[in-house]
Design a protein around this ligand. Structure first.
Ligand code: NAD
Ligand code: MG
Length: 384
């Protein structure tokens, strides 16, 4: 029996993880759950799954939850509590599914304490890639990707990396794949969040619409698989059936296919190296639309190019890119800026922010804070 801590349990990945776990009560025990401030959702999860710990990031939400949780569930609050459940001696596996840089400290806590780290929170790799990879190496933590493309590559590399030439991350292209560039300035948060293939949280949905999600994934792949930027390509594949490709020197290409349902990747992270049922519908290619592949339009979707540039620059640049993106996406979701302003705000931030070496988590956090300030002022100035 493995004890599971789910960080970000009320989100899209968190709920899908609980769905897979519920199918295997003989293998997994829900040990700890966390959420930001949605205590009513957390109350329902506590009644259903009876974790030992429920952690709320928000203090008032923790107070409200404390009044209603069933006996046996201990409610904790704040970042320290998140780190404590991620590194708790009784925790075996940690699902890191908090959205954004808020997930970094707890992801790092899991990586530093020898857990199986099931990584959905790609932002923490973008922010502190080498630090996270090294922490996992030192502690003996297993780092298993949950992002569907990286899970696909991880699965294709079970025979080893020898002879690997390059990888290709597939991208659905998002809701604006067919939208003319001239119309993008009018795109609304509702339209941006209406992803054609995947049901996800709002931030990653906007990232998919700008292709920043793929940019973050290029950086994620660089750290996870230790590949140079030139070895990581992106191909648009609107049907989202093939979840990525690995090209080898002998001309062979391996890929992993499946329905666009995150439970496959989540299930594999849980059951690795074996497999189990996940609730995902079986793929029948005769019933699918023809599979298409096309190059990304880098002029229309500027965020992808910005991510490659940041990766080439290295050091603090990927962290700055991520911070600027989080601030800009939130401003877009709050209707303070337009869709195309997202890439402009990121580009301007990258041009202003100093580049520094981030060799401690404290420096990573400081760079994140500083970069957010810069983006905030870039946005405020352009609004004047
Ligand atoms: P979501 O918005 O649906 O859920 C986010 C979760 O994080 C919620 O439980 C929320 O309560 C918690 N949270 C938010 N802010 C927090 C804070 N400041 N402190 C503590 N907890 C906080 O997001 P999601 O779509 O589930 O995505 C989660 C992560 O997984 C992201 O990093 C995303 O990029 C990655 N991911 C998601 C998908 C997907 O299909 N949804 C696919 C691949 C990768
Ligand atoms: Mg992905």
């Amino acid at each position: 029996m493995k004890n599971i801590a789910i960080l970000g349990a009320t989100g899209s990945i968190g709920i899908n993880t609980l769905d897979v776990i519920s199918r295997h009560p003989d293998k997994y025990n829900v040990f700890a759950l966390s959420a930001n401030n949605s205590w009513e959702k957390m109350e329902k999860l506590c009644i259903k799954h009876m974790p030992e710990f429920a952690v709320m990031a928000n203090e008032d939400a923790a107070e409200s939850l404390r009044k209603v949780v069933p006996n046996g569930v201990t409610v904790l609050q704040g970042e320290g509590a998140l780190n404590a459940i991620a590194s708790h001696q009784n925790t075996d596996f940690v699902m890191a599914a908090i959205v954004g840089s808020a997930g970094l400290p707890s992801t790092f806590a899991a990586a530093s304490s020898g857990k199986r780290l099931m990584l959905a929170n790609k932002e923490s790799l973008v922010l502190g890639g080498n630090l996270l990879i090294n922490a996992a190496k030192i502690s003996g933590a297993e780092l298993i990707p949950v992002d569907s493309e990286h899970s696909a590559i991880f699965q294709c590399l079970q025979g080893g990396k020898e002879g690997l030439n390059k990888i290709q991350l597939t991208a659905s292209g998002g809701p604006f794949l067919q939208t003319p560039s001239a119309e993008l300035s009018k795109a609304t948060p509702k339209e941006a969040c209406n992803h054609p293939k995947w049901k996800m949280g709002r931030k990653i949905s906007v990232d998919s619409a700008t292709l920043m999600n793929k940019g973050l994934e290029v950086i994620e792949a660089h750290f996870l698989f230790q590949l140079s930027p030139s070895q990581i390509e992106v191909v648009i594949h609107p049907q989202s059936i093939i979840h990525s490709f690995v090209y080898f020197d002998d001309g062979s290409v391996l890929s992993q296919l499946g329905m666009p349902d995150m439970r496959s990747a989540i299930s594999y992270a849980l059951s690795y190296p074996s497999r189990q049922t996940s609730g995902v519908e079986a793929l029948d290619l005769t019933k699918q639309a023809p599979l298409e592949f096309l190059p990304p339009d880098m002029d229309k979707f500027k965020c992808l190019g910005l991510a490659y540039d940041a990766l080439e620059k290295g050091k603090s640049a990927p962290g700055t890119l991520n911070a600027a993106n989080e601030v800009a996406v939130e401003a877009f979701l709050n209707k303070n800026i337009g869709f195309l302003d997202i890439s402009t705000a990121i580009e301007k931030t990258l041009a202003i922010a100093p580049i520094s070496t981030l060799d401690t988590i404290a420096r990573v956090v400081e760079n994140d804070r500083l970069s957010r300030q810069i983006t905030q002022s870039v946005i405020e100035q352009s609004l004047l």
